[in-house]
Design a binder for this molecule. Structure first.
Ligand code: EPU
Length: 354
């Protein structure tokens, strides 16, 4: 266990936040020792435990996390089942997501290619059901292996039990629930630490080309019969054009969730802004890209001291270095206020604010 550990390299915003206690987990024995550790137990009972994966979707409010950061870093990739037309691959949670995707693409296993180059680790993918360019990870997750930080019990969640939805899953909810409970009740709450994810990937060509720029990118390269590698390459190129490079500019990808509004509200806005992009949702709701709303409200490329709004994708807030987390929080509030004023829409962060 480390004390006053700097998390600068473990959050892609690159803020110099220190954790009071920090423990990396590499083996089942590390988990056993963690659960026996008195400081950990006390922090757990006081709801001062944070499971940190790649840190690509978190923003710490302060420079100091007064609690216990657990960093699962289990490694390994193995084939669990190989049938005629599909393979089930187990990937341990500490593997780097984009390296794992590259590996599946190289093996011509279909399902993850549209999710190429997303920063973070494999263990975080199911938590927020990562999605990009017409694909969501929920569509290829077979099951998720967890250990309960309260009891040490192993529990496997089937795809259905994960309760996946847009950028969410049961793992997000359970974490929140366990934080709210205190003392004895905390022992009755399941607090899952993900140690491996099983993916079911197809051996047969099933490419998703319909999202946004993928087709245009392929056409610009004169590719008419794309391979899985072509799709992965296109996604990587599009991401490079739109999103800041991890490790160069601090960010956490999309800072806000896309807005889901009623049909009524949508029709009123559409009359005012006929060019507004939108996607139909279930229950007569409509998804409106928050990046468009922020852009239209005039924030794209805005910069204030050490932070700003990315000039190629307004959904992304960036930290240019030497800043404080509070600067991002203040910018977030200004943008939320401005979008509410202009469009009457309340936008929520997609990033986990700790
Ligand atoms: N738009 C603008 N101005 C902007 C940004 C977007 O007008 O500054 C418009 C675009 O022209 C397009 C629409 O808004 O018509 C949607 O934009 P885009 O295709 O870039 O996707 P998004 O909805 O803004 C989502 C994900 C991204 C993912 C992309 C591509 C969320 C919160 N974000 O963004 O995920 O890469 O789709 O699939 O759902 C992430 O989660 O960190 C992330 C980057």
């Amino acid at each position: 266990m480390e004390k006053d550990f700097s998390l600068r390299k473990l959050n892609t915003f690159s803020f110099d936040v220190k954790a009071k206690y920090f423990q990396e987990l590499k083996t089942p024995d590390d988990v056993r020792l963690l659960l026996e550790n008195d400081i950990f137990r006390q922090c757990f009972d006081e709801d001062r435990v944070l499971i940190l994966s790649g840190g690509s979707n978190v923003l710490f409010r302060n420079d100091f996390y007064d609690g216990f950061v657990v960093y699962p870093n289990f490694k390994g990739v193995e084939t669990i089942e190989d049938t005629g037309n599909q393979k089930i691959i187990r990937c341990f949670s500490g593997e780097v997501w984009k390296d794992f995707v590259d590996l599946t693409v190289a093996e011509k296993l279909y399902g993850l290619e549209n999710l190429s180059d997303i920063p973070g680790k494999v263990g975080a993918a199911p938590v927020q059901n990562i999605g990009a360019y017409g694909a969501e990870v929920k569509d290829v997750i077979y099951q998720v292996h967890t250990v309960d930080l309260a009891s040490g019990e192993i529990r496997v969640f089937t795809n259905e039990e994960c309760k996946f939805s847009y950028r969410s899953s049961v793992f997000k909810e359970l974490k929140v629930k366990s934080r709210k409970l205190k003392g004895r009740e905390a022992n009755t709450t399941f607090c899952p630490l993900i140690f491996a994810v099983d993916f079911v990937l197809k051996k047969k060509d099933e490419l998703k080309l319909d999202y946004g720029n993928i087709r245009n990118n392929l056409i610009s390269k004169n590719i008419t019969n794309p391979t899985i590698q072509d799709i992965a390459d296109s996604v990587k190129e599009i991401r490079k054009e739109k999103l800041p490079e991890v490790g160069v500019v601090g960010s956490a990808g999309s800072f806000f969730q896309n807005a889901i509004i009623s049909m009524d509200k949508y029709l009123k806005l559409k009359a005012l802004y006929p060019e507004m992009p939108s996607y139909p949702e279930k229950d007569n709701m409509v998804k409106v890209p928050t990046g468009w709303l922020i852009d239209k409200a005039g924030w794209k490329g805005y910069r204030e001291n050490h932070v700003g709004v990315w000039d190629k994708q307004a959904l992304v807030l960036v930290h240019y270095g030497s800043g404080k987390p509070l600067e991002i929080i203040e910018l977030m509030k200004k943008i939320q206020h401005s979008v509410k004023e202009k469009f009457g829409i309340e936008i929520s962060p997609e990033v986990n604010i700790i």
